[in-house]
Design a protein around this ligand. Sequence first.
Ligand code: AFP
Length: 335
Amino acid sequence: MSTDNNIRPIITFAQHVIEQQRGHPTATGQFSWLLSGITLATKIIESYVRRAGIVDVLGTTGDSNVQGELVQKLDMIANETIKQCLGYRGNVGILVSEEDDEPRIIKDAGGDGRYIVLFDPLDGSSNIDVNVSIGTIFSVLQTRDDVWPGEGPEKHILQPGIKQMAAGYVVYGSSTVLAYTTGDGVHMFTLNPDIGAFVLHRERITMPTEGKMYSVNEAYEASFPDGVRKYLAAAKNENYTQRYIGSLVADFHRTLLRGGVFLYPPTANAPGGKLRLLYEANPMAFLAEQAGGAATDGSQRILEKEPFELHQRTPLIIGSQQEVEKVHQYLNDSG
Ligand code: AFP
């Protein structure tokens, strides 16, 4: 029979958020209510991901999304799940999904609607059918006080990443892991399927300051900027390792823990970069900086970029401080 002495204490995500809120005297608990909506949604999504192949969730819906990409069934399920789980928390006023043309304004949820949640419901969709890690990314902003009611939601949404209140991701990998920040370090949780809760396993994660690993789709190398090509040539000479999964969440997760750099530079097909500033680059940049790393678009810090449209794309160089600096040096030297 077990005794109190051999039961390991656990800290769940909900407990952790409440603990963090204690440090903020003006906190009302609304923020933790919002974040618990996100964890509920990701647990539902993970239950579909784990049963893919058993229940009918693989393949495409036949539709294209706002980015012109084929919508996978799981994309659609994940998108609807997040909207359902957050749409009835009165403190969420605007939901902005990478999958949808327009933001969803929530008028009748009964709260003050002060938070905006931006999300990529299922990042790495092209990996779904082949059982490779995929993820959900989220970013939380607050509505602005200086916007008139008639001005439309874009004015509230188009804020630089530095204004994020929270950001995080869930990676559906060999286990399901959640990482989040509210600007006080990066904390990581693993979903314990026995109790259905995200349990703290690492607090205040720091990214190694350097790492001989680069992560990029080298098939596009011919059209990368000169500086990136020179960096890659130098990395090969210095015996770097290359890793590329093709799901940003999974590639970033590895970079966060092991160090190195992830790059998605401008290419011939995507001259402005492929990744979305609001749903992918900003939340990952917030996490990277909070873990001691860096994130830029090659000329500017990601978190300082002023967005001008919802589905804006950006080049992204993100990872260990020294590695990101090294890429920059090559970019600067190449003019
Ligand atoms: P999908 O969601 O279409 O699979 O795209 C994933 C993604 O946005 C990001 O997660 C990857 O880092 C990147 O695209 C991979 O792009 P490439 O296939 O061009 O390398």
